[in-house]
Design a protein around this ligand. Structure first.
Ligand SMILES: [Zn+2]
Length: 196
């Protein structure tokens, strides 16, 4: 009886391990959270004069395709998207009186060649034979850092220009954390603002 129980426990443990091991494979390329086209996740952390914004989005909503670029036109589309996101102070508009400056942008995607996401295109672009199978999904993760000269004046953020720049992006689930407030909101083109 005891032995049988032990074996059973062992099998359960093995099963659990197998299950755990299979999870990352299923979620390959996808950050935490669901991959739903047209929906993105945003987290905003305000700490004194520092504002950190993290955006996680299916590439579909930003780019219109979710595979490595296969021709010059698609490479150009990736570059254009990256360039737009690098000008994030035109996409995420913080309270103007707070004097916030965009200080850093970091773009990552397991699907796209890294050199196309960089600020400057590589001198000799690498042939684009990137991993991901043709029918798989792809995401983009982006980190934006702002520093504000008048943080006391900082009261909110609007994503109106982001929705205008990427019309396929229909909904953004936003989480906000400031020194004394945590909240969540669903932002859309009609309701693009986050205040605190
Ligand atoms: Zn997808």
């Amino acid at each position: 009886m005891t032995a049988a129980l032990k074996i059973k426990k062992g099998s359960v443990a093995l099963f659990s391990l197998a299950l755990l091991a299979s999870l990352p494979a299923q979620a390959a390329g996808a950050p935490a959270g669901s991959h739903v086209h047209g929906q993105a996740h945003l987290s905003v952390a305000v700490d004194g004069s520092q504002v950190q914004i993290q955006l996680e989005s299916p590439l579909d909503g930003l780019l219109g395709f979710e595979h490595a670029p296969r021709n010059a036109r698609q490479r150009e589309a990736v570059r254009a998207m990256a360039q737009r996101l690098r000008q994030a102070d035109g996409l995420f508009v913080l309270t103007p009186a707070a004097g916030c400056q965009l200080t850093q942008v970091d773009l990552r995607s397991a699907t796209l060649p890294a050199e196309l996401l960089q600020a400057k295109a590589a001198a000799n672009p690498v042939a684009t034979t990137t991993k991901a199978a043709a029918d798989s999904h792809g995401d983009l993760e982006a980190d934006f850092s702002f520093t504000c000269s008048q943080p006391a004046a900082l009261k909110g953020l609007t994503l109106k220009p982001l929705f205008a720049a990427f019309p396929s992006l229909r909904q953004i689930d936003a989480q906000l954390a400031t020194g004394n407030k945590q909240s969540a909101a669903q932002l859309t083109a009609k309701n693009p603002g986050l205040t605190w």
